[in-house]
Design a protein around this ligand. Sequence first.
Ligand code: SAH
Ligand code: SF4
Ligand code: F3S
Length: 461
Amino acid sequence: MIKNLYIKTYGCQMNVYDSGRIKDLLKPLNYQLTDDPSQADLSILNTCHIREKAEQKVYSDLGRLRQHQTTRRQQGGEMLIAVGGCVAQAEGDEILRQAPYVSMVFGPQTYHRLPEMIAQVARQQDSKKGKAGRGIVDTDFPIESKFDSLPASQSTSTSAFLSIQEGCDKFCTFCVVPYTRGAEYSRPAKDILIEAKRLVELGSKEITLLGQNVNAYHGQAPNVNQEWGLGRLLLELASIEGLQRLRYTTSHPRDMDQDLIDAHGQIPQLMPFLHLPVQTGSDTLLKAMNRKHAAKDYLGIIDRLRKARPDIAFSSDFIVGFPGETQKDHQDTLELVRQVNFAQAYSFKYSIRPGTPAGSMDQQVPEAIKTERLYELQDLLNEQQWAFNRTKVGTVQPVLFERVGKIPGQILGKTPYMQSVPLVAPQRLVGSLVDILVKEGYANSLMGVIIDSNEPVASAA
Ligand code: SAH
Ligand code: SF4
Ligand code: F3S
């Protein structure tokens, strides 16, 4: 019997990847995805712990799921509720205390055990004649890698994610990731190549390699007793026929080694767009954050990348209002932004995270000042983004169309710079790279016209 699976994903791309793998994992158990939680036999929240807001959302969404669960029970059905991801890892048992109607709590490194957990819950229910027992919590950091237990990926998206590295040993003082994802781990290159080839066979034209510190990648090389860094791995991936675009995220400035910088000059498939978080332009704060580099080091890396690949553009992450941030520190951040000139960026108010060193630092910045600084920074970043988008007007951009849009007849694609291009065009172009003459550059997208539709058109899958 087919069962409905509802998954809601919060947070970063790694969670998006994990949710895809969870779907693949549960397929042999006859679960198929639904986007309607009221019809779900199993609902999973794949959660994010990075900022307080993300975490609060989980509890409000759990409340809503509970209502659906009650309705389904009244109708003689059942809905199991599971919480996975980084909040689950951080809170474990606490989730069951606050939401006893949850059956399973599992972390980012234990979701491969989900079929076992589901079977265990079913056994409990049988022995208690339908009444749910106490939920199961599995937030181990197992010795075995989940990747060895997962079935082959079934993703058929034009642009696919592929996790190659997990966890983090860097312990930036504001961040929960080292606690929620565990120690740094790199998958063997052979496994990554197999997965990448499979994704391309299933129709992916673009692969984004993922890791919390993706450029810290140091995986076992195929056949020889050596390790490969990310630069070497990218070279190998670029030789996969049919793979037209490569990207990687998220990188740490400290792991931007020469091999990787060279790869940007050598590999045409590697898109000239790099997300390289800097967090702040203040050396005092970079130190307090434990980022282990100075602002000038970051600027130096940007320069070297621009030399290797002159058309490269950058995006970044910023935190405003880190404990102790002065007006001068904030000005240093604005100055760094002016020097780099970003094509895109994410910026956040510092959010106190339990258990992190910065959470207990003195000199927490008042909320109103955080807000003011965030707006000032965002004004500058938005201005730069819009200006960058306008520089593409009059140029021809290869656009990879990934899906149909919300407006009937519209399809959505991305330029090499991740700029969104909506276009009214035949749906058969989804899955194709099409040359677009850019006519307008807006704040968040580009508008253009097709100048070349001779590209082989994607077969309808
Ligand atoms: N590994 C990446 C970042 C992963 S977390 C890196 O080192 O850059 C994604 C982003 O969330 C971070 O870059 C940071 O800008 C933001 N972030 C992390 N912890 C935060 C916190 N406590 N408050 C606000 N933003 C935070
Ligand atoms: Fe968090 Fe720092 Fe690790 Fe990035 S490098 S995941 S910010 S601890
Ligand atoms: Fe959030 Fe975990 Fe990713 S905390 S940002 S889902 S690694």
